[in-house]
Design a protein around this ligand. Structure first.
Ligand code: MF3
Ligand code: CO
Length: 248
């Protein structure tokens, strides 16, 4: 879908709420904090901004949180709960917000206290791959250019791109078509146009790319137990290039 400038202006508001949720959660990430407490912090921001959560109640079984909190070998969709973060863990926080019917969606990964060099490199490479994907979001390029750029950065660093989950268009629903894979061939897939808005979200593992789904129906871990990181922004294609909407 191609969104108008006024529609993108509302999506920018939703994106700012998501950025504020991220900032408040980031401050609270310390050894000993539970992922449930991080979820409560996100709920407070949503309430304060008069927004709604697009995660809460999503899918089946209905997702019970307003954030996903995914620790160490959990790739995505970790359910917030009693788990306490420990020094040396890495944790991915994914959350979204709806403002006036328009959606924002973004994720980041960070260390808890001091972490290993390899874990930090995984986080840095994941962020770099997202930046490389975003750079391709130019009118006339194709979806495959995004995935190719992400994959190139990740694999050059010796890490793997998850195939089982992908990014997506976003607007009046969180998940719209087309999908935005984090792998692909240059020049392949649908053409990108001014007004398109996508959630680009590389999921990167330090080992093999295969995942497995837990009995709870949500928690996705690496099949080989390796560490995983996730980074995501909601980005609009404008006539002066990509604009990240999920920034403060
Ligand atoms: N934010 C995830 C995505 O990027 C979706 C989360 S699923 C939910 O597509 F159930 F937690 F909402
Ligand atoms: Co998303």
């Amino acid at each position: 879908m191609r969104r108008s400038a006024s529609e993108i202006a509302i999506m920018r508001k939703a994106g700012r709420v998501v950025a504020e949720m991220h900032a408040c959660i980031r401050e609270a990430i310390k050894p000993g904090v539970t992922t449930r407490r991080l979820d409560e912090i996100a709920r407070e921001v949503i309430e304060r901004r008069g927004a709604r959560s697009n995660f809460l109640g999503y899918g089946y079984p209905p997702f019970p949180g307003v954030i996903c909190a995914s620790v160490n070998d959990t790739v995505v969709h970790g359910i917030p709960g009693d788990q306490r973060l420990r020094e040396g863990d890495i944790v991915s926080i994914d959350c979204g917000a709806i403002v006036q019917g328009w959606h924002g969606d973004a994720a980041f990964t960070t260390g808890v206290g001091a972490i290993s060099e390899e874990a930090q490199r995984l986080i840095d490479v994941t962020e770099e791959s997202l930046r490389a994907g975003i750079e391709q979001m130019i009118d006339g390029n194709r979806i495959g250019d995004i995935g190719h750029a992400v994959q190139t950065v990740v694999e050059r660093a010796g890490f793997s791109v998850v195939r089982d989950y992908v990014g997506h268009a976003i607007g009046t629903a969180m998940h719209e078509k087309p999908e935005v894979p984090n792998y692909g061939r240059r020049g392949s897939g649908p053409k990108l146009r001014v007004g398109n808005v996508f959630a680009v979200e590389p999921m990167v593992t330090a080992g093999r790319p295969e995942t497995k789904l837990a009995e709870d129906g949500w928690t996705v871990t690496t099949a080989d137990g390796s560490l995983a990181a996730h980074a995501e922004h909601t980005i609009a294609i404008t006539d002066h290039g990509p604009e990240i909407l999920t920034l403060p």
